[in-house]
Design a protein. Structure first.
Ligand SMILES: Nc1ncnc2c1ncn2[C@@H]1O[C@H](COP(=O)(O)OP(=O)(O)OP(=O)(O)O)[C@@H](O)[C@H]1O
Ligand SMILES: Nc1ncnc2c1ncn2[C@@H]1O[C@H](COP(=O)(O)OP(=O)(O)OP(=O)(O)O)[C@@H](O)[C@H]1O
Ligand SMILES: [Mg+2]
Ligand SMILES: [Mg+2]
Lengths: 345, 308, 308, 483
């Protein structure tokens, strides 16, 4: 994985290739690794292989580092910057500078809220709503629900919680009996849940912003009856849904897809090439419900539980389709040409 | 011999600056330009300020982990209020107050600095989350233009002010007392240094620096985030160390820490232009930290041996 | 048993009782069992942290030593029971090795502990991410071998016995052996200890090595608990280990404290967070109260001697 | 009356340092405080100068006070100049300290008080102990106080510097100041003090204008001591225990000598001639650049660190018990047993009972802490008892060679007496002893043979009981014949 090699000293646009860089805020969890891997894989696949020269940078979760790196990208004269930000707001200054120099900036996942950049994301409020609605429906409108939230102080956490609370509040039969942070981390979510469970009454549904497999394990360890789960796209969660892991759980899994980075890449390319107007994009999230999961497509029996199973879209309207090694190794899918369907703006 | 240790920060800065210049020029075929210098200046300012405050505390033999919390809280307030001048004054005062609380607990409560500030870190971070649950907010454009203008190096003026502040501080009786307390607290007390007051002041100053850093942070990024301060804990400590300030207190200079802060920022750029695989990036940052300090002690040791 | 330790145990008891009053179920065995298991992870890392704090050091490399060990375990164990011994040996070996390097850097090269271990944390992060390619490999998908997962089964899980064993080991080591005596001597006055024939450097190296080993043990136990390794596994344990050590009555200046207090400290911290979460205190409130509780505990028995 | 204390009481934890103590001193006198270690002298001074509060009683002190505490209070990282001028540095415009002027101003102060040979730019930590003491005293003198407290000001000083200090004390007195000092050297008290107040167990037992040493010791200890120095003439040195050849290290230059069993070998010379380097190097704590040593018979082996030295049967008792001797907040037992841990252990486990027995035995023998439990922290002991605890540690090692470096510094007369006899007993038992003291008189009185060091070299060797200090001092300053 040495896709980070920046071009030696080629001036911008030399050889007709676009220079697009991914500035990732940090790489301390699996989702980010996958997101980077699929980006690298996409860059090595046609049509990007011939059109784009990619590079990848990480900022160690530090806004000033990321800001420095983006400044350097500006100095390098890249054509486009694809950003997963360390802070929604922290990069506004430098993004403005990039825009001023005519660089196309596309941010995704943890987006930059400066208006001059383009964002690609899923609807986080809807994420919360949809999972909550699923739980409400499964419970027939009444029951005890636990909310396991994410990293406080971030936009995504706030939006997801907001969506969920709206739905729960609209259903008077639903009682939120506990709300605590699992830090979007399976291990933390498991520990915290395990410690909370003994003092919780019967739990009928659990809404999880991230770390779903950890929460399920805590319920299993405590030999509690399995509630209905609405959670993220962790491979482990899906294994439980598919019954690969026992006890089988009933749930809905919605993922923030790692391929957002590829969508952002495509968007950046299209905008630079003037194939597309500037404009934000909201993509639907891949949703999996029930137990009909397809091994190798929506669940991966030999990959880690913490793996995000939605690195590729599936079904007839799939935005893009990637193979497993793109997510695991960052290597291109053999023989395939990548087509990313952005839909009409 | 001791001089060398004292100048560690400047040496490391010189070395990284040279490396930066070299990799930048090889990579892009031209030397860094005014855009780069300005960007470095504006992004480094917050760390420079936090490191400055941290170094004052370390000079007295303490440590301030709560800088992360104070920065977060002050960023939150600045961004939430839009950073009008009146609010900026209030924020800076609040920062000093947070620091003062640390100082009072350390000095009069006689609780070890690392513990006090570990506890208050949690308190201040919580307060920041309370003020600003979602990233956002704004800053008055005029304030931004004055503090960290992206086109004019206004930052230089503020940097000069910080340096001048240290210069003056070093020449007050208080400055001498800071070193006295860090050198040997009991002895300092015995010769009439008001140890408690010095400590309380030093933590208050650290809080004030963190607050100023927060204002700069918001001015540079134009918005706030309740988790903004967290990275400053370890980076400010690293700056202080690379700057040659001894953890035992009494030795080093805040200017060394400032140099250390700039050096640490430049390392990011060096790694960037050197094209390090992102997965391995932290490895090099870790090595840089250890090697920088090792070279400092090694050089000092060599000099001492030669002198002996 | 020294006074601070007695206080630490008392505080743990008070918090547990308070928890039982506030939220029913907390006092049940399942409740206590859950708290004990979660506290055991803190207990393991804090054991190592305490050992280095006893000689006036600190270990900031715990998060990634823990992660590295966890990842080594799963990628070599491949989920097979008969590979478990090998995997355990490699994981513990990795932790010990990292600790050894920390120790050598601190004791022989004279690098300040903060720098050495902070650097080590970065180096290990880079190495682990780079070598494991960020845990995306097919081999990483294996579950912890069954015997390891069985540690957490049953009414009285074997994991707690492992903790008991570790506690006995540390306590016996520190109170009954010549090595323990040398540890306290080194922490109390390294120069005098050296002049009394204590191999101060050797002791220091041994302690950092043990700390690495304990971080690895925590990683192993967490893998057994969660079934798999993940990248964020070690993150919460840096400040948590320090907090547990000080709430446990260990003097941050070195030379004083023992593991019984740290066990109490770990329990206290976990109990406090659990109680706060059970009361549905929002995150910001939880952080603030957590900090204030630590501060209150420090005021109760973490104060240094008066200097009048 | 300038200084009055009546009915003062003060306790530290369980230790009653002062009980119903009264004291008065007037302007224009030099008033000595005498008493055994732990009698409460330092505590009284701290109460009088306001460093600590008394639990009971009243204290009045009039005028400007300056104090030199027993524990030196120089700031190691500050330069000599900064240390001297901390309270009133030279200021320029805006009231800012003129850092460029600091050294010059300090040099002026140092020369005004006749303290030469100290570089004002040097950090205090680089000074020899005696230089530190001199700087500390200059700092106090320069305040030109009305009341000055000097707590064991001469403990680290050589004769010459004692004379220097005596001059200043008299000058201050003659100018009407009240000078209060403590010392364990009776000669100094006799020479300087206009009046003496004797303390015992935290209480003043007498204040006199005239007092003989015998009377004083009886007042201080409640008993009479025999002859000051034990008779060592009956001890016949035996075989070689330590051979030093061409040793060069730090300030030391090509030092060679032999030390025999049963011999007490003194090391004399002015302060700072490399004595400290000699002792540390012999103990493995200093790196020799040339030459070496071999310690007696079969146990000889390379000595690279103190651990090796201990295995080779060498013991080193340091002067600075706080920095180099004791682990203050560990128990007396831990402290005493530290150098012999391995001996009383099985498979790495300490044999607790054996250790307790050994420590209690030696503590009783040396009368450490007057029957205090050995589980108490060593820091609660008074200075003399702390020194005895360090001695006890090394007696337990059964070493053949004892390196005793200024072990009686700051030790009271009775304890000193005990230590002298202890040393003689060691020699009688066939131990070899290398002895240095900042009180040359002790070397003269106690040693079979004396090596005089100057600038790191042995410049002469005095044989047979030397008897008087003057001979040694003369040899220290006389130009060597071949120079
Ligand atoms: N800070 C302290 N903590 C505990 N005990 C103390 C403290 N300071 C003094 N003591 C005790 O008080 C008693 C009086 O001590 P002090 O230092 O006044 O004696 P001193 O006469 O000055 O002895 P020396 O001649 O050895 O200096 C001693 O028993 C000593 O151990
Ligand atoms: N207490 C001390 N702590 C640390 N270093 C010391 C101490 N005393 C002396 N030194 C250092 O040890 C070295 C050797 O000292 P020096 O040769 O003056 O010993 P000395 O002749 O015994 O002097 P003194 O009689 O003053 O103790 C010097 O560099 C000195 O600074
Ligand atoms: Mg005294
Ligand atoms: Mg000397």
């Amino acid at each position: 994985g040495t896709a980070a090699e920046p071009p030696a000293s080629a001036p911008a646009g030399a050889g007709g290739k676009l220079k697009i860089a991914l500035s990732n805020s940090f790489i301390g969890n699996q989702w980010r690794v996958e997101m980077e891997n699929v980006f690298k894989a996409a860059c090595a696949m046609p049509p990007y292989k011939d059109q784009v020269e990619c590079s990848v940078f990480n900022a160690g979760n530090d806004v000033s580092t990321q800001s420095r790196q983006i400044s350097n990208l500006i100095s390098q004269g890249v054509d486009g910057i694809v950003i997963n930000a360390a802070s929604t707001s922290g990069l506004n200054g430098v993004v403005q500078q990039a825009c001023d120099r005519g660089i196309t900036v596309v941010s995704f996942d943890n987006t930059v809220d400066h208006p001059c950049g383009i964002t690609v994301n899923t609807d986080q409020v809807k994420f919360g709503q949809q999972l909550a609605q699923f739980i409400v429906d499964e419970l027939g409108g009444s029951g005890n629900v636990v909310m396991v939230t994410g990293v406080a102080g971030t936009g995504a956490d706030n939006d997801r919680n907001k969506g969920a609370k709206e739905v729960f509040a609209a259903n008077p039969g639903i009682k939120v009996v506990a709300e605590y942070s699992g830090m979007w981390d399976s291990a933390t979510a498991q520990r915290v849940t395990a410690a909370q469970l003994p003092s919780l009454p019967d739990v009928d549904g659990v809404w999880v912003s991230g770390g779903t497999d950890g929460v399920i394990k805590a319920f299993a360890d405590a030999k509690r009856e399995m509630p209905v789960f609405g959670g993220e796209a962790e491979n482990g969660f899906r294994k439980y849904m598919a019954g690969t892991l026992t006890p089988q759980v009933k749930g809905m899994s919605i993922g923030q897809p790692p391929y957002l980075s590829v969508v952002a890449l495509e968007l950046a390319r299209a905008v630079i090439k003037k194939e597309r107007e500037k404009g934000n994009l909201t993509i639907p999230f891949p949703v999996v419900t029930g137990s009909a999961l397809t091994p190798g497509e929506t669940v991966f029996p030999d990959l880690p539980d913490s793996f995000f199973a939605d690195f590729t879209d599936s079904g007839p309207n799939a935005i893009l389709v990637l193979c497993q090694q793109a997510a695991t190794d960052g290597t291109p899918c053999p023989g395939a040409t990548l087509s990313v369907k952005l839909g009409t703006p | 011999m001791r001089d060398l240790q004292d100048r560690l920060g400047y040496l490391v800065l010189a070395a990284t600056a040279l490396a930066y210049f070299a990799v930048y020029t090889t990579s892009l075929g031209r030397p860094p330009g005014s855009f780069d210098y300005l960007a470095i200046l504006n992004t480094t300012m917050p760390l420079v300020l936090v490191a400055l405050g941290q170094s004052l505390v370390v000079l007295t033999g303490g440590i301030d982990l709560s800088v992360g919390g104070v920065v977060s809280l002050c960023v939150a307030i600045t961004a939430a209020t839009g950073g009008a001048p009146g609010w900026i004054v209030a924020v800076v005062l609040l920062g000093a107050l947070c620091g003062l609380v640390n100082g009072l607990v350390v000095a009069y409560g006689r609780i070890a600095p690392i513990l006090t500030t570990l506890a208050t870190l949690s308190v201040y971070t919580g307060a920041a989350l309370w003020v600003l649950p979602v990233p956002g907010g704004s800053i008055v454009p005029e304030v931004r233009a004055v503090l960290s203008n992206p086109n004019v190096p206004t930052g230089l003026g503020w940097l000069a002010l910080a340096v001048a502040g240290w210069w003056v501080l070093r020449r007050t009786r208080f400055g001498l007392r800071v070193y006295a307390v860090g050198s040997d607290e009991t002895a300092a007390r015995a010769v009439g240094v008001p140890v408690e007051r010095v400590k309380a002041t030093v933590y208050a100053l650290s809080g004030l620096c963190s607050a100023a850093a927060a204002v700069f942070y918001v001015a540079t990024t134009t918005a706030g985030d309740a988790n903004a301060g967290a990275p400053f804990i370890l980076t400010s400590i690293a700056s202080v160390v690379v700057g040659g300030v001894a953890f035992t207190g009494g030795r080093g200079s805040a200017m060394g820490a400032v140099a250390g802060a700039v050096a640490l920022t430049l390392v990011i750029d060096v790694l960037f232009f050197a094209g390090i695989d992102p997965l391995y990036q932290s490895l090099f940052q870790g090595l840089f930290l250890v090697v920088a300090v090792l070279l400092g002690t090694g050089a000092a040791l060599l000099a001492r041996r030669r002198a002996a | 048993m020294n006074r601070r330790v007695a206080y630490a145990v008392a505080v743990a008891a008070v918090v547990l009782i308070l928890g039982a009053v506030l939220s029913p179920g907390f006092a049940s065995w399942p409740g206590l069992r859950a708290v004990l298991i979660v506290a055991s992870f803190t207990g393991f890392v804090a054991a190592g942290q305490m050992l280095v704090v006893l000689v006036g050091g600190i270990d900031l490399s715990i998060p990634w030593v823990l992660n590295a060990a966890a990842i080594v375990l799963t990628t070599t164990g491949l989920g097979l029971a008969d590979r478990l011994p090998l995997a355990l040996a490699l994981a513990v070996g990795a932790g010990l090795l990292a600790g050894l390097v920390n120790g050598l850097g601190v004791a022989w090269l004279g690098v300040p502990a903060v720098v050495m271990t902070l650097g080590m944390n970065g180096v290990l992060q880079g190495l682990t991410l780079g070598v494991s390619q960020g845990l995306t490999c097919g081999d990483c998908g294996h579950y912890a071998p069954q015997p390891l997962r069985d540690l957490f089964a049953g009414t009285v899980p074997a994991a707690l016995l492992v903790w008991l064993g570790a506690a006995l080991f540390v306590t016996v080591l520190l109170t009954l052996t010549t090595f323990g005596r040398r540890v306290y001597a080194t922490g109390a006055n390294p120069r005098a200890a050296y002049l009394s024939g204590v191999g101060v450097k050797g002791v220091t190296v041994a302690l950092y090595t043990l700390s690495g080993g304990f971080a690895a043990l925590a990683g192993i136990m967490l893998v057994g608990y969660g079934g798999q390794a993940s990248l964020g596994l070690g993150d919460p344990y840096l400040f948590e280990s320090i907090a547990a050590v000080v709430v446990g009555g260990v003097s941050i200046l070195g030379g004083r404290g023992d593991y019984l207090g740290v066990v109490a400290g770990s329990l206290t911290l976990v109990a406090v967070t659990t109680v706060l979460r059970a009361q549905q205190v929002p995150e910001y409130g939880r952080l603030m109260i957590y900090g204030l509780v630590i501060l209150a505990i420090l005021f109760a028995y973490g104060r240094e001697r008066a200097h009048d | 009356m300038t200084v009055v204390a009546t009915g003062v009481g003060r306790a530290f934890g369980g230790v009653q340092a002062l009980r119903d103590a009264s004291f008065a001193a007037r302007p224009g006198e030099i008033h000595a405080l005498a008493g055994e270690n732990g009698a409460g002298k330092s505590t009284l001074i701290k109460v009088l100068c306001g460093a600590i509060r008394a639990d009971t009683g009243t204290v009045t002190v009039e005028g400007r006070i300056a104090t030199a505490f027993q524990e030196l209070s120089l700031l190691p990282d500050l330069t000599v100049a900064e240390n001297l001028l901390l309270a009133a540095p030279p200021r320029g415009r805006l009231g800012l300290v003129r850092r460029g002027r600091l050294a010059d101003e300090a040099a002026l102060v140092l020369s005004r008080y006749g303290a030469t040979g100290v570089d004002p730019r040097s950090p205090a930590r680089d000074l020899a102990v005696s230089q530190k003491q001199v700087v500390e005293l200059v700092r106090v003198l320069a305040m030109e106080p009305d009341v000055v407290f000097l707590d064991e000001p001469t403990a680290a000083l050589a004769e010459r510097e004692v004379d220097w200090l005596a001059g200043h004390m008299r000058r201050l007195r003659d100018a009407g100041a009240c000078v209060i000092f403590t010392s364990h050297r009776w000669r100094e008290i006799e020479r300087l003090a206009d009046r003496v107040t004797v303390f015992r167990n935290g209480t003043d037992v007498a204040t006199r204008e005239r007092l003989t040493e015998e009377e004083a010791i009886t007042l201080m200890t409640g008993r009479t001591l025999g002859a000051t120095y034990p008779d060592i003439s009956g001890i016949v040195p035996g075989e070689n225990a330590l051979t030093v050849s061409g040793l060069t290290s730090g300030r030391l230059r090509e030092v060679s000598f032999e030390l025999r069993r049963g011999e007490i070998l003194g090391v004399g010379g002015l302060a700072g001639q490399g004595q400290r380097d000699l002792f540390l190097t012999l103990f493995g704590a200093g790196k020799p650049t040339a030459g070496g040593l071999s310690a007696g018979g079969s146990r000889a082996r390379a000595v690279r660190q103190p651990r090796d030295a201990i295995r080779a049967g060498i013991a080193y008792v340091p002067e600075d018990r706080k920095a180099e001797g004791l682990l203050l907040h560990l128990s007396i037992r831990d402290n005493v047993a530290l150098a012999t841990l391995a001996r009383r252990s099985r498979a790495g486990f300490i044999r607790q009972r054996a250790e307790k027995a050994a420590v209690s035995g030696i503590a009783a023998k040396l009368d450490i802490g007057a029957g205090r439990s050995t589980a108490q922290a060593a820091g609660t002991l008074s200075g003399g008892n702390q020194q005895k605890a360090v001695m006890a540690r090394w007696l337990l090692t059964d070493a053949d060679v004892f390196l005793l470096y200024d072990v009686t510094r700051g030790v009271d007369a009775a304890t000193k007496h005990d230590i002298y006899h202890l040393i003689a007993d060691l020699a009688r038992d066939g131990k070899a002893i290398l002895f240095y003291s900042s009180e040359t008189e002790e070397i003269a009185g106690l040693c079979h043979r004396v090596l005089v060091l100057r600038e790191g070299r042995i410049v002469s060797e005095l044989r047979g009981p030397v008897g008087d200090a003057e001979t040694i001092v003369a040899a220290s300053i006389r130009e060597p014949a071949d120079a």
